[in-house]
Design a protein around this ligand. Structure first.
Ligand code: ZN
Length: 168
């Protein structure tokens, strides 16, 4: 189980800055924990009537929801009682809980959920081809294609280049 840091203070007024990647990372770690804990603790958590009761249930899991304390239970109880908490689908409930708690109470559960969904929508770009500019004895000058000359297909380096490659 991954540990999730839980700073206890929530500031009033403006929302403090949090690292969106960390919020989503924590939410994903929490989601795995909740998914694992749900068969044994889920029903009781959903039926809990106070933060103290949530705390007792979390403790009874003996670390199944790790690194938790009373502040975490208070936050958890608050989220369980939100009017928009999904009532039926377990999958939606776990995501809602994890995303709400991802920011560990540093920002509101609502803001934490917004951060998580914005992060999930982000398209991550990556380099899928990395080529160099080449001059080949066949006359071609331009970018290599997957390390080779696109005109004559050679991948062989001249003696001088090979020597330089060895030296570097
Ligand atoms: Zn060539």
């Amino acid at each position: 189980m991954m540990d999730v840091d839980l700073p206890q203070k929530r500031r009033r007024g403006g929302q403090p800055k949090v690292d969106p990647d960390m919020v989503l990372g924590s939410a994903e770690a929490l989601r795995r924990q909740f998914a694992y804990a749900w068969p044994s603790l889920g029903k009781r958590l959903l039926a809990a009537n106070s933060a103290a009761e949530v705390w007792e249930i979390v403790k009874s899991g003996k670390g199944i929801i790790s690194n938790s304390d009373m502040a975490f239970s208070e936050l958890l109880f608050e989220v369980l009682r939100e009017p928009t908490f999904p009532r039926f689908r377990t999958k939606s409930q776990l995501t809602f809980l994890a995303d709400s708690l991802g920011a560990s109470g540093v920002v509101t559960p609502r803001r934490s959920r917004d951060i998580c969904s914005a992060q999930r929508r982000k398209v991550r770009h990556m380099i899928v081809r990395q080529d160099f500019y080449i001059e080949c004895t066949c006359g071609y000058e331009g970018p290599a294609k997957f390390g080779k000359c696109p005109k004559c297909k050679t991948g062989e380096l001249s003696d001088e280049l090979r020597r330089r490659e060895l030296e570097s």
